[in-house]
Design a protein around this ligand. Structure first.
Ligand code: ADP
Ligand code: MG
Length: 272
């Protein structure tokens, strides 16, 4: 029997696993906090696998596996995975584009001729959602947070341009956010719901990420921005905000199917 090839991306929050079964790739996720669950599953499920690990916790994980594992640089693994997953999609991506990994934090890259360069990032990412959601609502379960957020009304928390202009004609779209969490007076009159607060957190995260990413896209003169990372999982609100704001900036947003596994897929491909 052939040895199974396994690519792993051990990140700050989640361990992402991609392995080959027949001709397809199978995906699996574990919380990084419960790294022993990932270790037991890997040790028990595969006999003498060939393993490549990337991500911030790659050393930590490699030391705990029974099978020997090689480790590779995360940005290169992610770049390889992004090109592979984008190639599987109908979206024709150009030779050069930005890719934005929205993980615990956010990393922004310029890709050209199959190579990548990390051009920036922001600490605003999926970890920010988890931390602020906990501080402001006491909630800590990801699925619950994103589900509640989808029913929220940011209008009860965020100040829009039109709120400031109060009917007068603003010089920019009145629908734009003038100040995230800026609707203090109205919040003092009536507390926003948990859903409203969660939606506003996601809104702020999405807007900051697009603002920074689209600036980078202008600097590098590229038209498309590929967004991925587990922070987009079950999170249509974040996707919609990113889509809308990226188009507003005159750039084309692209979302990758299974994009949160880019690093793991890149690690897997490096074994071929
Ligand atoms: P990293 O590589 O830094 O671990 P990921 O790309 O895996 O980052 O994204 C982590 C983010 O994904 C979390 O901060 C959270 O917003 C979101 N997320 C999605 N699913 C889960 C989950 N089951 N548990 C915790 N966070 C999750
Ligand atoms: Mg990551």
């Amino acid at each position: 029997m052939n040895q199974t090839k396994i690519g792993i991306d051990a990140g700050g929050t989640l361990v992402k696993v991609a392995y080959r079964e027949s001709s397809s790739i199978v995906y699996q996720t574990f919380p990084s906090q419960a790294i022993y669950d990932a270790v037991s599953w890997l040790n028990d499920s595969f006999l003498n696998p060939i393993v490549c690990i990337t991500g911030g916790k790659s050393q930590l994980l490699a030391e705990k596996l029974t099978a020997p594992a090689k480790t590779i640089v995360e940005f290169d693994a992610t770049n390889r995975g992004v090109h592979f997953l984008a190639g599987q999609q109908r979206d024709a991506i150009e030779n050069n584009f930005m890719f934005v990994n929205i993980g615990t934090g956010t990393s922004i890259h310029y890709a050209k001729d199959m190579e990548q360069q990390r051009v920036g990032g922001t600490g605003i990412g999926g970890g920010t959602l988890m931390g602020l959601a906990y501080l402001l609502t006491g909630l800590w379960d990801y699925e619950r947070i994103v589900q509640l957020a989808s029913n929220g009304d940011r209008g009860n928390v965020d100040l829009k341009v039109k709120d400031i202009f109060e009917g007068a004609l603003p010089p920019i779209s009145g629908e734009l956010t003038a100040s995230n969490f800026g609707k203090k007076e109205s919040m003092m009159a009536r507390n926003p719901s948990e859903s409203d607060i969660l939606a506003a957190i996601i809104g702020m995260i999405g807007e900051v990420i697009v603002t920074v990413s689209s600036q980078m896209a202008f600097q590098h003169n590229v038209g498309s921005i590929i967004y991925f990372g587990s922070s987009l999982r079950s999170n249509p609100l974040l996707r919609d905000i990113i889509k809308e704001y990226t188009r507003l900036a005159g750039k084309e947003p692209v979302f990758l199917k299974n994009g949160e596994y880019s690093g793991a897929v890149g690690a897997l491909l490096s074994l071929d």
